[in-house]
Design a protein around this ligand. Sequence first.
Ligand code: ATP
Ligand code: LTN
Length: 354
Amino acid sequence: MSEIIKENTEIKCSDLVGEKSNTEKKIIFSGAQPSGKMTLGNYLGAIKNWTMFQDDYECYYSVVDLHAITVPQDPATLRRQTFELLAQYIACGIDPEKCTLFIQSHVIEHLELMWVLNTMTYMGELNRMTQFKDKAKKSELNLNAGLFTYPVLMAADILLYQADLVPVGEDQRQHIELTRDLANRFNNRFSDTFKIPEGFMPKEAARVMSLQDPSKKMSKSDSDPNAFILLADDSDAIARKIKRSVTDSVGVVRYSDEQAGIKNLIDIYANLSGKSVEEIVSMYEGKGYGVFKQETAEIVVETLRPIREKYLYLLENKDYLKEIYASGAVKAQAKARKTLRKVYKKIGFVARER
Ligand code: ATP
Ligand code: LTN
């Protein structure tokens, strides 16, 4: 398994691109759900890496609203959050001139390919998905089929664009593995059609944990707002949440599984400062959690301040956001249709006239 996941940010983009000529760039696909405002976990685990690829790759980044409705969403809130997420992509440094940014439901091919892949996915495979098991536990009374087939839609997203790399957080590892299995299954049953994608995960902070329960991942849909830091949080809120974060009674800044809260803060610190875990541990030798938390908060505040400012500015410019997602959908659809046409032909569908 480990060899298929490019977990290491030490891989230089130019190394990966070098395998192809300039005219045929490698392809990146990723997405996030408009199920809330973006958290520090989304940023460190995924979106920060998206920006890394944009100069050298052909990048497709989607706001995956079809995925978001697998749990109940209020319509007005979903619409607002879709705009907010798109604004946050750009505020985090994703350049719409370099990348194709679009809303998933605008490209119908995602659903069409999903159906085909559904017919090739085993129930047992989906039953094993840990995200499904976790989310199913939370909504036992309202368990819908969309939640079950969620990973098939994700596979369709990725395979439609013939993506080489998929930058995601650690929690998506199993879904990437399923995507690869489905691509191989289709290629073997018919003939070579899909590129086999690889996951790309950051070295630190691939799984940022909840500030209130460091055994759980930080999630934007957590009911306790103290559990997550939002990119839109102001400086006081960030400082307060880090100060109140759950730690332990050891009192020594150490990178250890027994001190999960402190370990999580060290990971965040390391990712944002570029310092190694060892350096950070030695910097705080003999100092208490108070100083460490305060300085971690300062780094987080300074990193997120310009992102928040740009985000608030973009939200006031809805027409600009509309232009971005409209032209993004046209570009994305052209690419997606090309793959889908091949798929339909291989499985034996009669080609449409005209
Ligand atoms: P929800 O909480 O509604 O399930 P989510 O934040 O887990 O949402 P997405 O918005 O779809 O899910 O995630 C977008 C990206 O952020 C994915 O690549 C995911 O792996 C990554 N990500 C999400 N949470 C974390 C986290 N705590 N640490 C690292 N990466 C994360
Ligand atoms: N399942 C992902 C979001 C997602 C995605 C994708 C990520 C949907 N489609 C395609 C990468 C590629 C999540 O919950 N974080």
